[in-house]
Design a protein around this ligand. Sequence first.
Ligand code: F6R
Length: 590
Amino acid sequence: MCGIIGCVSEKDCYGALYDGLKRLEYRGYDSAGIAVLDRELRIFKKKGGVSNLSAFYARGGTGIGHTRWATHGAPSDANAHPHRAGKIALVHNGIVENFAALRAELEGEGERFFSDTDSEIIAKLVSRAYRGDLLAAVQSALLRVEGSYAVAVIAEDRPGELVAAKRKSPLVAGKGSAGLFVCSDIPALAGTAEYIAQAEDGELIRIADGEIEFFDGALHPVPKTFFRPQEELRALSVAGGGYFMRAEIAEIPRALRDTLAALREKDFAPCARALRAAQRVFAVACGTAYHSALVFADIVEKEAGIPVLCHTAGEFRYRAPVLGTGDVLVAVSQSGETADTLEAARLARARGAYVIAVTNIGCSSLASLADFLLVMRAGAEIAVAATKSYNCQLLCLYYLAGQMLFFKEERLPSWWGSLERLPAAAEASFGCFAEVDRLADRLHGARAMYYLGRGLDLCTAREGALKVKEIARVFAEGYAAGELKHGSLALIEDHFPVVCISTGASLAKKSENALAEVKSRGGYCALFSQYPQVLQESCADAKCLLPALPEPLMPAVAVIPLQYFAYKMCLERGFDPDKPRNLAKSVTVE
Ligand code: F6R
């Protein structure tokens, strides 16, 4: 969701804030703004991307910046942050849930609002509480706020000072040669800050007199340890005109190799007891991460005979799950900051369950609340659509599934040794791209598509469909091939595109039957399989040979041409693959 940054420096900070916002832009790109304080407070804000702010500049070493993903109020100059009230300027990521009541109360007392945002209310509350002590004003204002926030606040008469606070939205502080910072996330500070410390819920941060201090909600100092951010979280750079999504797909083999190396070093013994004793296993995640959780559930059930209940995190937390001591919950999240996944993990902890987190960010909120942590080494993922993190999540989950089997039956799955071949197979899958280029060329005018699969291929089908919806804006549904004739076949007409993934030998014939049903109704079929014979015998119009691996590992490879297909469809349709409409990378609100 929105990205916030704040800086106190001995030099002018506009450039550092601008660069920071550029790195935060994957959190939202509806509008952006910067406030800097020299002798006076100057605010520049604009609807649209961060680059709109390159037309401005102001001197001053104290400042805050924001890149927005709209919740309350449409994207507009007025709704862009920072918001000003009296001497105060404020940026906010989160949602003020008692927004309507607070706004009515403040309007009743004569306050005028200049935006439709919930965030301006916090600026007003801070301004009304401000008597020269910024920390105390922010603390008392936030006592009135229900909901989630990470805020950064400066006051016109306090150059060199910045106060930030957090509840349920991520916030970190960092020290670097360019100054002292607060920021929404670590990847945006990696490369700028040499040392980083994270704020916990309810904490406040004050930067003043060249120091960063943390306080609890009662303003008692909280000691913090600063650490070096993971070097690999430094964002890739893409050459002019290139896209992060393309670079991130190209990086999949490297990401898998690094993740594999980290997993080999990982000691699973600490979770052995919990896994051995598990009464029930749950897997929760959102979006793409949910699809990797589906693969995990399927594999654990097949290999270890342990049923895994897999849910999207947002549903899980509201369905009164039967969950308690002796249960294991596996939470999967690239960012480690997805609000629903975090809440599901918190719920599991509160009920006494053992929480295993799989994340790309070793110091994320999810990581800090887990009993056992698996950190993938995907590196910073900047494009909003998840690609390399999905492959790495799958690898971590394969490893975990293998360990579960080992702890239960003292044996490893038959495919265990083939995990080593995953990076090379991922690389080999790039060989499909020429065929996929032709497919995108042919299908880019499509208005809707089906992705079919059975068993594990259904997870891949769902992920392929999500990608093409997300970035190419083509309606797509990932569907069980056998279900087609139970209703959805009614939509098939001439040229209707159907992509089928068929990597399971035992179900290949069944998937082919579904394709034949589509074909005989005029549909256009594309088939992906690692079996030359399956391709040869198929009626599909386009055929693509995937690299071969044991079937349980195929989801981590079969998805790659589909990621690339979505990317190509997106380009053909004239959209920006890195910044899909209406979306943001880190979904820190419910
Ligand atoms: C889709 C996508 C999203 C995320 C989802 C969860 O391409 O990126 O569906 O997978 O928002 O995000 P994380 O993994 O950060 O919890």
